[in-house]
Design a protein around this ligand. Structure first.
Ligand SMILES: [Fe+2]
Length: 137
């Protein structure tokens, strides 16, 4: 099994141009890669669960940061963005409640990575591009 990172940080692909948010996204990618390496190394279940919870807690902290910043730019669009975050956290809560990560770590890891990468590259970037542009008009 590969020991390479699941997500390769690429400024052009990931950076949204807001330093604090970019730093948190970079850190988030680090948590995903740590978890991926641990899954591929078949570490014991308690270790994998601890890394999964670390990622989960960091995602929640990061979403709060984004929501505070985004709501200063556009309160209407912010509500939709908050809803996207809320639904993802609810999905992670469901995964935790049903022990799904313990049952199928790779599938859960790939699924949450797919959501996060899409969210950063499309939703976060779109929000900032549109709303920073509007605030200049
Ligand atoms: Fe977001």
């Amino acid at each position: 099994m590969t020991k390479s990172n699941l997500i390769v940080w690429d400024e052009a692909r990931f950076e949204v141009g807001i330093e604090d948010i970019d730093n948190q996204h970079r850190k988030l990618v680090g948590y995903v890669n740590n978890l991926s390496l641990a899954v591929n190394s078949h570490l014991e279940e308690s270790h994998l669960s601890a890394l999964f919870m670390e990622l989960y807690n960091y995602i929640k902290l990061h979403f709060k940061t984004e929501e505070i910043y985004f709501c200063t730019l556009n309160s209407d669009d912010c509500l939709l963005h908050e809803l996207q975050h809320k639904h993802f956290i609810e999905e992670l809560d469901r995964i935790i409640a049903l022990n799904e990560f313990k049952k199928n770590a790779r599938e859960v890891l790939f699924s949450l990575t797919d959501w996060l990468v899409h969210h950063i590259q499309v939703e976060d970037k779109k929000f900032i591009t549109q709303n920073q542009h509007q605030s200049l008009i």
